[in-house]
Structure formats: C-alpha cells, structure tokens
Design a protein around this ligand. Sequence first.
Ligand code: ZN
Length: 140
Amino acid sequence: MTNVPTRPDPVVTSDTQFFWEGVEQGKLLAQQCQECKAFRHPPRAMCPGCNSLQWDAVPLSGKGEVYSWLLPRHPLVPDFESPLIVALIDLEEGIRLLSNVIGISPDDLDNGQAVEVCYAPTKGGKAVPVFKPVARGAQS
Ligand code: ZN
C-alpha cells in the first residue's frame, strides 16, 4: 500500500469549473436554480425543471446516504484502490452524486448507510469528493 496518490485528476469543463474550484477549497457545491430553487447535479447550463439559465453555486452539507453501490471486478479500474466501492450517494439536499465510499469493507456496506463527504487526493495534487460512513445521527 502506497501513500502516493494514484487517482486521476478531475476533468474540468466550463460547466464543472465551479464544482472543482469548490472542492479545492474543501467545499461541496451544487448548482441551485435562481428561479425554482431546485438543486441539480451533474452541472449543466439549464435548469431541467424551469429552463432558467440563472443559477447559484450553493454549498451542500456533504451528508447523505448510500442509494446503491457496486464493486467493479473485471476489468479492474486502473489507478484506483481496490476494492473500489462505486456508489450513488443521495445527499440531504435531494440530489444524487456518483462517487466512491471509503473506510468501510464491502462486506459491511448496505444501502441506506449514512455517509459524509471527505476528499481523496489525486496524482496531480488535486482532490475529488468521496464519502465515508458515519453513525446515523452522529455530529461531525
Ligand atoms: Zn429552475
């Protein structure tokens, strides 16, 4: 086991630039529509609910629960730790993120597991949001 990060750096686009700038400051941000106040993720130019192009980047609590997850078995995903838990995370704000869960054995992970965001370093000195288990109702 090495401590040198091997994860690939995030791919930043004009739509996702605010998200990754937030991550660099330790913040998990999402777009919130200025018209109907709906959160949306992944980032995109237009609100799927009301077609507004006006939005704010709003900090999220980083808390949520595992909606579903899987373990890629073959082929293994290069440059990621193994076992790699790939999970859909339902955040408190009502949006769903595709991410990884760390700090728990796949044998112990169930859907509905309470999780909170943390940040995994990448090989280029960046970071990506991942999630770790928390006891339900625990204060952090
Ligand atoms: Zn809207």
